[in-house]
Design a protein around this ligand. Structure first.
Ligand code: SAM
Length: 256
């Protein structure tokens, strides 16, 4: 397949802070580059934990920029509860020193008014909304490309990760790109609490789908967001088993 060319220098714009939320933009970019190599025309894109909608609207704006440059189409989904932060259910693992029930309560209809046609905000506890969503929307035609996880709690992150448990590997990209928000910026963040605990447990429990930080900082000026980009390596994907010899994913993430 002919290699996709970055004619609008999207990568350079991201690393020079010319596109808002570079972490989201870079994650989306890596997903888009893979989709182009695979011949995929549409991706499913997610923000879990929406609060005021600022991040979800950024994501929609970034998708519009990328569609213009690459012709890739995106369906964008935000998930949040309509009662603010749910009850914390896992003791110290949910960081009760940081978060409390009812925090971030926002009127979802106000957010919906600002969303473009290809975006939806799904209201309710993710524990209840994720599986019906998956049954209705997951599809080989629009694999899960980029997932921003900003739900703060360990217990909520477990619910988000239900998205990645479906048997069919082609519902995902060979590396579905993740942004993990709440992992290392605050004093009490650590690998035995919050989102990082959910990641550790995931890796212990799943042989063929592994989450790992993408070490992208090498050729770029340091930026805090570099440490938040993770890949879900879908090791059972046909591309990763030599079943798609037409696809070469030699995308150099440090030199992009
Ligand atoms: C820090 S805020 C998100 C901020 C947003 N991503 C941004 O950058 O503008 C965290 C959000 O996660 C939501 N949340 C946490 N656990 C949830 C759950 N189990 N179900 C639904 N929403 C949840 C909270 O309601 C809150 O709005």
């Amino acid at each position: 397949m002919k290699k996709f060319k970055d004619v609008d220098n999207i990568a350079e714009q991201i690393f020079n802070d010319k596109i808002g939320r570079p972490a989201y933009a870079f994650g989306l970019w890596l997903a888009t580059l893979q989709a182009k190599e695979l011949g995929i025309k549409k991706l499913n894109i997610f923000e879990f934990g929406v609060a005021t909608g600022a991040g979800l609207i950024n994501l929609c704006d970034i998708c519009a920029i990328m569609t213009k440059s690459t012709d890739m189409q995106y369906d964008i989904y935000g998930f949040d509860s309509d009662i603010g932060m749910p009850a914390l259910s896992s003791g110290y693992k949910d960081h009760p020193e940081l978060w409390h029930e009812g925090q971030f309560l926002v009127d979802h209809d106000e957010i919906r008014k600002k969303l473009p046609e290809n975006a939806q905000l799904i209201s309710g506890n993710i524990a209840d909304t994720i599986e019906p969503f998956c049954q209705e929307h997951l599809s080989n035609d629009a694999p899960v490309g980029f997932v921003a996880v900003d739900v703060d709690l360990y217990s909520s992150t477990l619910s988000v990760f239900e998205l990645f448990k479906h048997n069919n590997p082609e519902l995902y990209l060979p590396v579905t790109i993740m942004y993990l928000d709440d992992i290392n910026d605050l004093l009490t963040n650590n690998s035995w609490c919050g989102e990082m605990l959910a990641v550790r447990e995931w890796n212990d429990q799943n042989e063929l789908r592994k989450m790992e930080e993408m070490r992208i900082r090498q050729n770029h000026s340091p930026a805090g967001w570099h440490d938040h980009i993770y890949g879900l390596h879908v090791l059972d994907h046909p591309v990763r088993n030599g079943k798609r010899p037409d696809v070469c994913l030699d995308i150099n993430i440090t030199a992009i």
